[in-house]
Every structure is written in structure tokens, then in C-alpha cells.
Design a protein around this ligand. Structure first.
Ligand SMILES: *[C@@H]1O[C@H](CO)[C@@H](O)[C@H](O)[C@H]1NC(C)=O
Ligand SMILES: *[C@@H]1O[C@H](CO)[C@@H](O)[C@H](O)[C@H]1NC(C)=O
Length: 212
């Protein structure tokens, strides 16, 4: 599931629509054998909640103007740091969260997974629901480009109020909310798979691409 192109806004909403579609299809079947690991009700509730979170986080970001300098790689806003203010903010935040063990969770996907250190916190062994290969599906590069270049100009007014830290914190909340919602599709796919493992196993072995 490697994507190199930028994700246009339309595709982003299509992706969301697909996730909803997946969910409805899964709902029409009976999910058995999976009740103790992944419940369809729980997946549905989570999807609804994640959508609400996206809307509220966008409202919070819209309180500030676009503050374009934050996204400018050569604006030099952070002493001793090359790159944009927003990248500085997100990378440093993710580094801290990684050390606290956040990305040990299957539901979490970092925007800069390459620059994370290991968790410093000993955690209990978690019961994983997804196939291990799900970990490598990370669409955050596309989500980042779509958010900064397309969504942000739509939801913010022009101008610059200098509130960079607050606006960046609001950006990160939006990015994480969108990312969680999109990547939750992995759980939806798992529900579908568990619903009819023999058939999906056959399709996977035959390398059939399911697009809807
Ligand atoms: C589904 O699971 C329940 C409880 O484990 C079991 O009683 C039932 O027979 C299962 N149904 C199917 C179609 O496998
Ligand atoms: C980014 O910042 C540099 C340095 O201040 C400036 O010259 C350039 O015009 C800015 N780029 C944009 C797209 O605003």
C-alpha cells in the first residue's frame, strides 16, 4: 500500500467514504469468532467518535489565521533548527510520546516514524488484534501534505497573528485525529477478514485487489 502521489482532498474524503462503506458491509455480515478480540459495535462507535474529534479539532484550528510562516521551511523561526516550525513541533512532540510508549499501540501511527527513539517505559504485553504487517501501513505522509496544502487554506482566514505554538498544537490535534480515523480502516478490514477468513485468505493468496 505504498503511495507516492499527494493525496488530493477529494481522495481523502473518498477514503473516508470507503471506510464507512467497509463498516456497513461488515455490519451486514455476522462477525463470529472475533467477538472477544474485535467487536463490530466497538469499531462502529470508535469511527463515529473519531469523526466528531476531527470536526472539533478543525474548529479549534480555525480560531487562528493560517500563519503561513509556520509551514515555511526557510523562515528560520526556531533557533538552531532547520526546517519549518510545524515540523519542529510535531517531531519533538512525537519523540516524547514515543519515549512514553505511545507508538507501541496498534492504533497509533507517527508522522515522522523515522526519527523516533524506543519507549523508555516498560509496558504490559498488549493483545494485538491486527496482523503484524498492518504496522507498515502508514499514510501519514499523504495526510500531512493534504492537510497542510489543501485543508488548512480552506478552514483558516489569511494573515498571521504570531500564535505559532497554539496554532501548531491545534494542527497536531487535527493531523492526529484525521490519521487515527483513516488508519482505523485497518481494524475495519480485520473485522471483514474475520467475518469470512477462508474467502479472504483465498483472495489474498490469489492477489485479488478488492477496491470496494
Ligand atoms: C458464533 O459464535 C457463537 C458463540 O461462540 C456460537 O454459538 C455460534 O455457533 C457461532 N456461529 C457461527 C455461524 O459460527
Ligand atoms: C519563506 O521564508 C523565506 C525567508 O523568510 C522567504 O524569503 C520566502 O518568501 C518564504 N516563502 C513563502 C512561500 O512565503
Amino acid at each position: 500500500m505504498k503511495q507516492t502521489k499527494r493525496l488530493p482532498l477529494r481522495s481523502f474524503f473518498l477514503l473516508c467514504a470507503h471506510v464507512i462503506l467497509f463498516m456497513e458491509k461488515a455490519e451486514s455480515g455476522s462477525v463470529n469468532g472475533s467477538a472477544n478480540v474485535l467487536s463490530l459495535d466497538a469499531v462502529r462507535d470508535t469511527l463515529i467518535r473519531l469523526e466528531d474529534t476531527i470536526v472539533f479539532s478543525l474548529i479549534e484550528r480555525a480560531k487562528y489565521p493560517i500563519n503561513s510562516a509556520m509551514y515555511n521551511e526557510s523562515a528560520g523561526l526556531v533557533a538552531g533548527h532547520h526546517g519549518s516550525f510545524i515540523k519542529f513541533f510535531v517531531k519533538r512532540t512525537e519523540a516524547l510520546h514515543a519515549q512514553a510508549g505511545r507508538y507501541g499501540s496498534e492504533e497509533e501511527n507517527a508522522f515522522f516514524p523515522g526519527s523516533l527513539s524506543c519507549s523508555l517505559v516498560s509496558s504490559r504485553p498488549s493483545t494485538n488484534v491486527l496482523h503484524p504487517v498492518a504496522k507498515i501501513v502508514n499514510l501519514n505522509k499523504d495526510i500531512w501534505d493534504m492537510y497542510i496544502n489543501q485543508l488548512l487554506p480552506l478552514i483558516t482566514a489569511g494573515g498571521d497573528d504570531g500564535n505559532y505554538a497554539l496554532a501548531a498544537a491545534a494542527d497536531l490535534a487535527c493531523l492526529q485525529a484525521i490519521s487515527r480515523r483513516i488508519h482505523y480502516g485497518k481494524f475495519v478490514a480485520e473485522v471483514k477478514f474475520l467475518d469470512d477468513s477462508p474467502e479472504y485468505t483465498r483472495l489474498i493468496r490469489a492477489r485479488v485487489c478488492i477496491t470496494s
